[in-house]
Design a binder for this molecule. Structure first.
Ligand SMILES: *[C@@H]1O[C@H](CO)[C@@H](O)[C@H](O)[C@H]1NC(C)=O
Ligand SMILES: *[C@@H]1O[C@H](CO)[C@@H](O)[C@H](O)[C@H]1NC(C)=O
Ligand SMILES: *[C@@H]1O[C@H](CO)[C@@H](O)[C@H](O)[C@H]1NC(C)=O
Length: 249
């Protein structure tokens, strides 16, 4: 019994170490993790000031990967950026929609996602984000505010019917409440975009998780977070990858 348990632990350790090291392998040097834009459809090559960033994206004005035009466009329903319709099952509550806008602002504008950028082979982008440790309150609030809105899928990144040019629910799916597709906050934040986010055990203000929402009068709290994780990666221990980077615990 004891022996079997030990073997299991060893096997698990070997497995997680292997997973950690592959996930950590990245073409970017450690110093390039701190202030970078991913290579994707609308991102600028380098971050920089954008004084006129629009609406919910304005907290990134001092240093952003998005242009003013992108910041305006992503506030629209079915913006021309991706022709993606949030209201594929009827009206989405404004209290819910603001979280999707904020999620877009973070994705397009944040220069603080370097440690979680991964290469992908997709026609419309060369890089994506994976397992960004999202502060737990930001995910919980998103889920609370959306549980009464409607959708027909739990992964919004793939499987849509695009024949009309805009995402429509594929045949065989049914519009139901968010809560029925996403039973928990983690199900929403993690499944929605194929694990772009991983819900952190850490809270807003801890310096150990990425905040979707912040007051830029106090600066951008995600700068400290990215420094912490970039240093953890630089330390070279692959276990940091599964612990610190993966779950935030
Ligand atoms: C990437 O995908 C394209 C087609 O989508 C394919 O031709 C190419 O070989 C792929 N490259 C790699 C590295 O997988
Ligand atoms: C996709 O949507 C169109 C209508 O826009 C419909 O005619 C077609 O059957 C749908 N196809 C699938 C596979 O859902
Ligand atoms: C993480 O979660 C566990 C319970 O699941 C808790 O005991 C622990 O204190 C948490 N750690 C932090 C840093 O929040």
């Amino acid at each position: 019994m004891d022996m079997a348990w030990q073997m299991t632990q060893l096997l698990l350790l070997a497995l997680t170490t292997a997973v950690g090291s592959t996930q950590l392998r990245t073409p970017r040097a450690r110093t390039d993790l701190l202030n970078v834009c991913m290579d994707a459809k609308y991102h600028k090559a380098q971050p920089g000031p954008e004084d006129k960033l629009y609406g919910q994206c304005s907290p990134w004005r001092k240093n952003a990967c998005c242009t003013v035009d992108t910041s305006q466009e992503l506030h629209k329903d079915t913006s021309r950026l991706y022709n993606f319709n949030w209201e594929h099952c009827g009206t989405m509550e404004p209290a819910c929609k603001r979280h999707f806008i904020q999620d877009n602002c973070l994705y397009e504008c944040s220069p603080n996602l370097g440690p979680w950028i991964r290469q992908v082979n997709q026609s419309w982008r060369k890089e994506r984000i994976l397992n960004v440790p999202l502060c737990k309150e930001d995910c919980e609030r998103w889920w609370e505010d959306c549980r009464t809105s409607y959708t027909c899928k739990s992964n919004w990144q793939k499987g849509w019917n695009w024949t009309s040019g805009i995402n429509q629910c594929p045949t065989g799916t049914t519009c139901r409440t968010f809560e029925s597709y996403f039973p928990t906050p983690a199900a929403l934040c993690e499944d929605l975009w194929s694990h772009s986010y991983k819900v952190s055990n850490y809270s807003r203000g801890s310096g150990r998780c990425i905040q979707l929402w912040f007051d830029s009068a106090q600066g951008n709290p995600n700068e400290e977070v990215v420094k912490f994780y970039a240093a953890a990666m630089g330390a070279g221990a692959t276990l940091h990858g599964t612990g610190a980077l993966g779950t935030g615990s």
